[in-house]
Write a protein that binds this ligand. Structure first.
Ligand SMILES: Cc1ncc(COP(=O)(O)O)c(C=O)c1O
Length: 447
């Protein structure tokens, strides 16, 4: 009883131990919990009632802002009307409607959608489709997958294998065989404090030619990259890099997958970054912004030729032996449709594009603050590298996170000692100013 009263007073559960938190320093969190109890539009509400400015759209996902009424209502109505329908051998109307809406947003002939429940599932689905595509076309020898250093493609075995983050890989054994990596496009000496896409680095795409020379094109199924690598600190593609990658893939019959789990749904000022860069990949993975984070959902956009390659043989036979119980879950589809309506009605992708110059100026104005090694704004996001403390990588980043949360009513991402911002696309000009003012205070505080 006393315990219950305590919880009612602080908003913090008395027993934090049983929950093993993902990608979190559990002991540090449980010693000083950053507990969130509510949200509305651009703000979170902490358990102690404080209103916190959301500088990271949750985890790069609440692009339409929090608890938006049309999305909330759509989810409520759907839960009352159809809670669940089997995803295999049955369908429900909103799954087809949402696939059509997503395809209409995508460039070129990316006009088929395979649904799943997260970015990680989307990545593993895309990799499997790539392998199966070559297989059904009689090229079963094309089994190699190529990712990139500093790439983040979620946490499935496929995703960590093609991903390029050592901490995400080193504890998990042999991963998937036959994977190779391009080098990262980040080079601080050449690119520090770039406004958007750096001028230097397009030639790094030619690495793919080197890997083809090493492995032979006949063994390579697909290349997967994030158009802008967000999770490892917002690394924008060098000007011309993605075009060159596309050309090399075409030359060798290699599929190109853009992982747009973060860059999709407006973050880069367009429905997909593919449009910003004028490059049509063979598949696009998406998640997060499709429902503005309100219900888990992910998916893979696939070019017509890939889908068609499977639609052969006897009609009673399953064409792709892959799927999830919750593929195209009715609640996710309802949330997705309402979210896409909101993006359209409020023209949020164009809004992000319009705000980008202001965003870049405000971000780069932090240059010169203590320990700031680089600032990389592009689209409506930015990565800021801080020098590590002598006594441990990641300490300054975590201190910054705490300072933001507890002292400045501000939330953002900290990955190691890199701080990342990616606000909801409804952010106002004055809120952008407020964010960077707060961030400057945080950076000074952890100097
Ligand atoms: C590019 C990219 N791919 C995949 C993922 C994994 O998504 P999820 O956490 O929904 O599995 C993420 C998550 O941040 C991501 O940024």
């Amino acid at each position: 009883m006393a315990q219950a009263q305590n919880q009612a007073k602080t908003g913090i559960p008395n027993d934090l131990e049983p929950y093993w938190m993902p990608f979190t320093a559990n002991r540090a969190f449980k010693a000083r919990p950053r507990m969130i109890a509510g949200a509305k539009d651009m703000h979170y509400i902490a358990a102690d009632g404080r209103k916190l400015l959301d500088g990271s759209a949750g985890l790069w996902c609440t692009n339409a802002g929090h608890n938006r009424a049309p999305i909330v209502q759509a989810i409520q109505q759907q839960a009352a009307e159809l809670d669940y329908a089997p995803a295999f051998q049955f369908g429900h109307p909103k799954a087809f409607e949402l696939a059509a809406r997503v395809a209409a947003l995508a460039p070129g002939d990316l006009d088929h959608v395979f649904f799943c429940n997260s970015g990680s599932e989307a990545v593993d689905t895309a990799l499997k489709i790539a392998l199966a595509y070559h297989n059904v076309r009689g090229n079963a020898g094309r089994v190699r997958l190529i990712g990139r250093e500093r790439g983040y493609h979620g946490v499935g075995f496929g995703g960590i294998a093609v991903g390029g983050i050592v901490n995400n890989r080193k504890q998990f054994g042999a991963l998937v065989a036959g994977v190779d990596h391009l080098t990262t496009t980040y080079n601080r000496a050449e690119q520090a404090f770039s406004r958007g896409e750096p001028e230097w680095g397009a030639h790094l795409a030619d690495e793919l030619d080197r890997l083809v020379a090493l492995h032979d094109a006949s063994t390579i199924a697909a290349v997967i990259v994030e158009p802008l690598a967000a999770s490892t600190g917002v690394i924008a593609p060098p000007k011309g890099y993605l075009e060159r990658l596309r050309a090399i893939c075409d030359k060798h019959g290699i599929l190109l997958i853009f992982d747009e789990v973060i860059t999709g749904y407006g973050r880069m000022g367009y429905a997909f970054a593919a449009e910003r860069y004028g490059v049509v990949p063979d598949m696009i993975t998406f998640a997060k912004g499709i429902t503005s984070g309100a219900v888990p959902m992910g998916g893979v956009l696939v070019r017509k030729g890939i889908y068609d390659a499977f639609m052969k043989g006897p009609e009673h036979v399953v064409e792709l032996f892959h799927g999830y119980t919750y593929s195209a879950h009715p609640l996710a589809c309802a949330a997705g449709l309402a979210t896409l309506d909101l993006y359209r009605e409020e023209d949020l992708f164009a809004r992000a594009k319009k705000l980008e110059p202001l965003w870049i100026d405000a971000a780069l104005a932090l240059k010169g603050l203590p320990n700031v090694l680089d600032i990389r704004p592009c689209g409506l996001c930015v990565g800021i590298d801080l020098a590590s403390k002598p006594d441990g990588v990641g300490k300054r980043g975590l201190q910054a996170l705490d300072a933001g949360f507890f002292d400045h009513d501000f939330m953002f991402r900290a990955v190691g000692d890199t701080l990342a911002l990616s606000p909801p696309l409804i952010v106002s000009e004055s809120q952008i100013g407020e964010m960077f003012d707060k961030l400057a205070k945080v950076i000074r505080q952890v100097a």
